[in-house]
Ligand binder design. Structure first.
Ligand code: FE
Ligand code: FE
Length: 406
């Protein structure tokens, strides 16, 4: 009697997180084999644009599991019409392996919503449910509660396995395929198929896109919650450019791209830093949130082919610096005051921005620094110099900020 892991999913694309999860479950539960079963049409979610068809994803899975001795790719869901329901898949596997025990491997979201799936009672009848729980544990007890529920309601057998491995999602991988740095998460044989066939839009030329197209692509790279901010920033930048005589088109494009790498989490920012050979300070290395300005500037250059004026405006949009160009000031301010921003003093800042750009800059730097000091956070050297420079130019006093280590 064998113990067989069943690992379904869209695998869009498959990545090391999948492989490590399978390895971990196989090790802890002593599985003899794990079947990777790409779905034809996921029943619970809309697939993103540019998702390769099932056969192609199966090929990617085959390439991914190449070196895992216990893993096999299975095309059973691709041979069925319509949506791929787990209950149907498990029933077929039950018939195929009548003497063996099936272990359905589920990630966090899947596990916690399993009772709402199509025929959960059948799923629980055919397989042991394996809930992979995140490393940080089960703080709110949701996993344990779900385990109890499934056992009580459906007579399920449930195993919880700590997922000590890579926290990585396919959507993150798809972003990195465009922006750079996917190598860390995608095994080389998979990457090679993706690149040679231009899957996930990797063959698209993003340089000098027309404005509308640039807007679409930029929005697609953001997290949903960031979209309005970025569009607001781009519009505000265009208006400020018109008022102060800068290149309106460039300002709009810089606004669209200023946070283009913002959806990339801290650790992955460092992948981009390596990929584009960006020089960063220890301060930045320990505050990777700040890095999206620099990585964004390099992406604007190498992926989108934007001008130096735009690159620089993006580069300095978080910290500012001494002696900024008009475009740099515009993006810095537009980012700070665009219509969705809401903080004490933003109205005053907006008012000032439409009448006196430099005074608005001084106010923005001062507010930003005061906030950091209030929150006991480090103020980086560039921001201090930016404020002092503009204060001197305007003949305003330069206030001492307590020195901090860099
Ligand atoms: Fe930003
Ligand atoms: Fe921003």
């Amino acid at each position: 009697m064998a113990r067989i892991g069943v690992f379904g999913g869209t695998f869009n694309p498959p990545h090391r997180g999948h492989l490590q999860a399978a390895e971990e479950v196989a090790r802890v539960l002593e599985l003899d084999r794990v079947l990777f079963i790409p779905d034809r049409e996921p029943p619970h979610k809309q697939v993103p644009d540019g998702t390769p068809d099932g056969r192609t994803r199966l090929e990617l899975v085959q390439a991914a599991i190449g070196e895992l001795p216990f893993a096999e790719a299975d095309d059973m869901e691709l041979r069925r019409e319509g949506k791929s329901y787990t209950a149907d898949t498990l029933r077929l596997l039950r018939d195929r392996f009548p003497d063996d025990t099936l272990y359905l491997i589920t990630g966090t979201d899947m596990f916690l919503s399993l009772h709402q799936w199509y025929h959960p009672e059948e799923i629980c009848r055919y397989a042991v449910i394996v809930g992979l729980r995140r490393t940080e544990g089960d703080r709110d007890g949701a996993f344990q509660a779900q385990k109890n529920r499934l056992e009580k309601q459906f007579g399920a057998r449930v195993e919880l396995v700590e997922n000590r491995v890579l926290e990585i999602s396919s959507s993150r991988v798809r972003r990195l395929l465009i922006l750079g740095g996917a190598e860390k998460y995608v095994p080389e044989p998979v990457l090679s198929i993706i690149r040679t066939r231009g899957l996930y839009n990797t063959d698209q030329d993003y340089r000098n896109l027309p404005e509308e197209e640039l807007r679409r692509v930029a929005v697609g790279l953001l997290k949903e919650s960031r979209v309005n901010h970025v569009l607001g920033c781009a519009d505000t930048a265009r208006k400020l450019a018109r008022l102060y005589g800068a290149d309106e088109t460039a300002a709009y494009r810089a606004g669209l791209l200023h946070d283009v790498t913002k959806a990339i989490d801290g650790e992955d920012q460092l992948l981009l830093v390596d990929k584009y050979d960006i020089l960063i300070s220890d301060f930045e290395r320990s505050h990777p949130k700040l890095l999206h300005a620099k990585t964004g500037a390099y992406v604007a250059k190498y992926v989108f082919g934007e001008s130096e004026e735009i690159q620089k405006a993006i580069f300095w949009h978080t910290t500012g610096k001494a002696d900024m160009s008009l475009m740099e000031k515009i993006i810095y301010l537009a980012d700070y005051m665009e219509p969705t921003r809401d903080f004490p003093g933003v109205e005053k800042l907006r008012e000032l921005a439409w009448t006196d750009l430099d005074r608005a800059m001084l106010l923005a730097f001062t507010m930003c620094i005061e906030e950091l000091v209030r929150e006991n956070k480090n103020v980086c050297k560039d921001s201090r110099e930016a404020r002092d420079f503009i204060a001197r130019e305007l003949g305003e006093p330069v206030e001492e900020i307590p020195q901090q280590e860099e």
